[in-house]
Design a protein. Structure first.
Length: 563
């Protein structure tokens, strides 16, 4: 990992690690891991965990593994594995040769389970799912022992080996830990260790196994096998920590990682649940996991969010133990700041109206020079063709307007960006009174100059009608119109908060000639309009499609103030 992606802000996890190093714990090693389940695409919440785990390892000269916790073949597949690897790399992190799968350890995990049975710490249970729920008890009432809890060690060993051999049907038996059915922590009430999954093809192990270990059992042992020192997870796993430690202590493993919980990222106006994101995909609410409206990393990449801006966002929100809600405006601000410095400028007319410069020679094309960035000369310049027929944005013209309107008005002047001052002399309308053309005149003495006494209030963008390129522009906005769509207690379904204007497609846009060979994924500032990304999937040959990445300013703040 390069220095620019290092996460430096202080937090309670850093204090723990520094204390461990000072005490000589773990031989002063720092070894973390990012452990996604390959059952969906990663979202912005995972980005926080990625930056934290890889960042801490880098800062303390340690290591960070990428490990797929792949214990549920019903929901996991290779597509998700590949997407997760791509996302982690795109964010700027490198696991080097430390790519692992929990399925790499299935044989070891099986033998550890046999050890638990031999110690009398695990048993095979024949209760079905409904009976197990009944026996488990509640948060206020203790559970009761399974009638199969006191099977002999020999019988449990025999049954467990036969489970592996495929002799039993799904749901007919479970291997459970023998802990305490009266524990106030429900997670400690004889949790399942192995369940039967017949006829399922695992993306790594194929049909080799018909029993699969549970997540809580697998995760801690995988950490130990890999020599992880600090196992970082979100707050919902705090109640699972006693179980994490119980498995490691019961098996008397030499390596005993420390589980540390931090608050998950709850981003306003977004969903950070893979299950709910999958529903949006499955019900065709969005066009796949990488839809630019999704809170997935792949969706944000397609929308044009820079990886550095997402890392900066994760740095700004910090790491705490307390649940919190992060304003989307903070993420938008990180995106704007990055693109303001790094995105080249171009001109695009999203709602074109034709302008004819009546005193400009017909057939003439003038090649004007425009800077690619107003403050960064190293980004160079580009040629912008100027011709008699132009397009400007319809919103930049009014027949009558007060002094606050600093654009083109009938019988008044405005400057064209990087070009001349023009004056609107006449307005052409169709039979319905719709404006279809503006007749204007230009002052040839005003190219790059401001003659004395000439007061021009505004500057507008434009594109040559002859040289401009047709483009489709997708005006993406927030997918939800409620700050907490999945935790609104007044409604049962988060889908009710979908924003009907999260995507508005403009089909008659015209962009300047310099974008004719645009590279998909490139981001530009469309002057006076916002930041836009050439769609990585839909831009092909002469078919240009741009996604709005972010507006030039926080328009949602104004909306909220007016509500």
């Amino acid at each position: 990992m390069s220095e620019e992606v290092t996460i430096k802000s202080s937090n309670f996890i850093r204090h723990i690690i520094e204390g461990d190093i000072e005490k000589g714990k773990n031989d002063r090693r720092v070894h973390t891991r990012f452990p996604p389940e390959p059952n969906g695409y990663l979202h912005i919440g995972h980005a926080k965990s990625i930056c934290l785990n890889f960042g801490l390892a880098n800062d303390y000269n340690g290591l960070c593994n990428l490990r797929f916790d792949d214990t549920n073949p019903h929901k996991e597949n290779k597509e998700f594995v590949d997407a997760i690897e791509q996302d982690v790399r795109w964010l700027g992190f490198d696991w080097q040769d430390r790519l692992f799968f929990s399925s790499d350890y299935f044989e070891k995990l099986y033998h550890y389970a046999v050890q638990l049975v031999q110690q009398g710490d695990a048993y095979v249970c024949d209760l079905n799912a409904e009976e197990i729920r009944e026996y488990r008890g509640t948060l206020t009432a203790p559970g009761k022992n399974s009638p199969y809890r006191d099977r002999s060690i020999a019988e449990n060993l025999d049954l467990f080996k036969r489970m592996r051999a495929g002799e039993f049907a799904d749901g007919s038996k479970l291997l459970r830990a023998k802990i305490d059915m009266a524990s106030p922590n429900v997670n400690m009430r004889d949790p399942a260790i192995y369940r039967i999954r017949q006829g399922v093809i695992h993306h790594q192990t194929g049909s080799e196994w018909c029993i699969y270990p549970m997540y809580d059992y697998t995760h801690c042992l995988s950490d130990s096998i890999e020599g992880i020192t600090h196992s970082l997870c979100t707050l919902e796993f705090a109640d699972h920590r006693p179980l994490y430690d119980w498995f490691l202590d019961s098996l008397n493993l030499v390596s005993h990682p420390q589980q540390i919980e931090f608050s998950r990222l709850n981003l306003q106006y977004a969903i950070t649940s893979k299950r709910k994101l999958a529903r949006l995909v499955d019900e065709n609410i969005v066009a796949g996991w990488n839809d630019p409206r999704m809170s997935t990393i792949s969706g944000m990449r397609r929308r044009g969010y820079p990886a550095a801006a997402i890392r900066e966002f994760c740095e700004r929100i910090g790491v705490t133990k307390a649940d919190n809600s992060v304003e989307f405006a903070i993420l938008d601000s990180c995106i704007r700041e990055n693109l303001n410095e790094n995105a080249p400028r171009v001109m695009a007319v999203l709602d074109p109206i034709k302008v004819v410069i009546t005193n400009y020679p017909e057939g003439k094309t003038e090649e004007l020079i425009a800077p690619n960035h107003p403050q960064n000369e190293s980004m160079g310049t580009r040629v912008v063709p100027f011709t008699r027929d132009l397009y400007i944005d319809r919103a930049d013209f009014k027949e009558e307007a007060n002094n606050k309107f600093k654009r083109l008005v009938k019988d008044k002047e405005v400057r064209l960006r990087n070009a001349y001052v023009i004056r609107c002399d006449d307005v052409i309308k169709d039979h319905d009174g719709e404006i279809i053309e503006l007749r204007c005149s230009y002052d040839p003495a005003t190219l790059g100059a401001n003659p004395e006494g000439r007061k021009v209030k505004g500057v507008i963008h434009w594109v040559s009608a002859e040289h401009g390129i047709k483009a489709q522009v997708r005006m993406y906005d927030r997918l939800f119109n409620h700050p907490h769509p999945d935790s609104d207690k007044e409604v049962d379904d988060f889908m009710i908060h979908l924003n009907p204007e999260s995507l508005i497609t403009l089909t008659e846009c015209v962009v300047e000639q310099s974008l004719s060979n645009v590279i998909p994924g490139s981001v530009y500032q469309f002057e006076r309009e916002g930041y836009f990304c050439a769609d990585s999937e839909l831009c092909q040959n002469e078919h240009l499609v741009f996604n709005r990445t972010v507006t030039l300013r926080d328009t949602w703040a104004k909306i909220q103030q007016s509500v």
